[in-house]
Design a protein around this ligand. Structure first.
Ligand code: 1HN
Length: 362
């Protein structure tokens, strides 16, 4: 860990510890620095500013077939009253047990049983949910009832009250995505005290009655003005849109739709963006890399993605992570069926900070 110029290794660059001792200096001087909460920058500069980007999170895939029985077991072992939210955290193996799938993003799989209520709370981190399995559950966001169907995207923006309920007959599972590690880096993470789940004030959400066609937005909304006019993007409509685009796209073109606030065209949340990709039967995409990190979830089909040096095979229900600046391509392994990938990322945060870059190979 110590050493002078040019001796900082990649391993050093992967840790947060700053070498505070320069072994070429008199020990008394180093001790005096430490005693005064001072440290030499020159032993750490190459670690703080490596010549190549270094990402601590590694590419990884969480298989649905492994996670599903463990979620069902959690539902048996852990009462919802005790858990508040019954979530298994997707912990990136490169991040040493932190509650993070990348340095900025959190992902977890949440299970709720019929009849259960997850109480109302709100918090400073933004959250989104991608429904994985089951029907009959709903989430209430600021009084707006959002039904959960597999493949739906639902957001809970910062400080919006939300709770979850389940009126169906079988367990429901969804993928939670939050900007929690980023918010924690600002020491800005905070939640409210709990309240009981509320009876929804509406029986629909704006995606069902006010944003039903692209290019049209209501002149006046019947929903409260919260700054987040759309909170749910039903998979039914997203799939139709992807399929229509795939029909006319050039064979070499990628078929990707971005989820946006339809009134502004901006990402659904300030910190997180989301996309849905359609991979035609047998399609192999070109390679792309970005400074944003992304979490992918397989809504439909099977295939594999090559992320940096790592090959990740996937099928429906699997989740995998693409760390920043890793060349990535996706392959639909099936010759006769499309594959659909949902992803969320921290691109809006990087854009806001002037740190977003991407490269797309032809
Ligand atoms: C949270 O509030 C939810 O509201 C899910 O369902 C996952 C992970 C970390 C912190 C808060 C929810 C969460 C979370």
């Amino acid at each position: 860990m110590t050493g002078g110029w040019g001796m900082i290794t990649r391993a050093d660059a992967m840790t947060d510890a700053i070498p505070t001792r320069d072994t070429t200096l008199p020990p008394d001087y180093s001790s005096a620095l430490e005693a005064n909460a001072l440290g030499p920058l020159w032993t750490a500069l190459h670690m703080l500013l490596p010549q190549e980007r270094v990402a601590r999170p590694v590419p990884h895939r969480w298989a649905w077939k492994d996670a599903r029985p463990l979620l069902l077991e959690a539902a048996r072992l852990v009462p919802i009253e005790q858990a508040e939210r019954r979530v298994l955290v997707l912990a990136n193996p490169g991040l040493g047990g932190s509650y993070a799938i990348t340095s900025t993003l959190f992902a977890g799989l949440q299970i709720i049983l019929p009849g259960e209520l997850a109480p109302r709370h709100h918090h400073t981190p933004a959250a989104l949910r991608m429904i994985v399995e089951g029907t009959g559950a709903f989430t209430t966001v600021d009084g707006v009832r959002c039904d959960m169907e597999p493949g739906d995207l639902i957001i809970t923006p910062p400080m919006r009250w939300h709770d979850h309920g389940h009126e169906g007959t079988a367990p429901v599972v969804w993928l939670d995505g939050l900007d929690l590690p980023l918010v924690r880096a600002f020491d800005a993470s905070r939640a409210s005290a709990l309240k009981p789940a509320e009876h929804p004030l509406t029986d629909a959400d704006p995606s069902l009655d006010e944003f039903t066609a692209a290019g049209l937005v209501p002149k006046r909304s019947r929903y409260p003005a919260t700054g987040y006019p759309m909170v749910r993007w039903p998979w039914r409509t997203v799939r139709q849109a992807l399929q229509a685009m795939a029909r006319t796209a050039a064979p070499e073109a990628t078929v990707v739709l971005r989820y946006v606030d339809p009134t502004s065209g901006r990402a659904p949340l300030r910190t997180m963006g989301a996309s849905a990709q359609w991979l035609r039967p047998g399609e192999r995409t070109g390679r792309e890399r970005r400074t944003a990190s992304a979490v992918y979830h397989v809504i439909e089909g099977r295939g594999e993605s090559v992320v940096g040096e790592t090959r990740l095979a996937w099928e429906r229900g699997d989740t995998f992570v693409v760390p920043p600046w890793h060349w990535t391509r996706h392959v639909n392994a099936a010759g006769d069926a499309p594959a659909c990938l949902f992803s969320f990322d921290d691109e809006p945060a990087l854009q806001a900070l002037g740190l977003f870059e991407e490269e797309i190979e032809p």
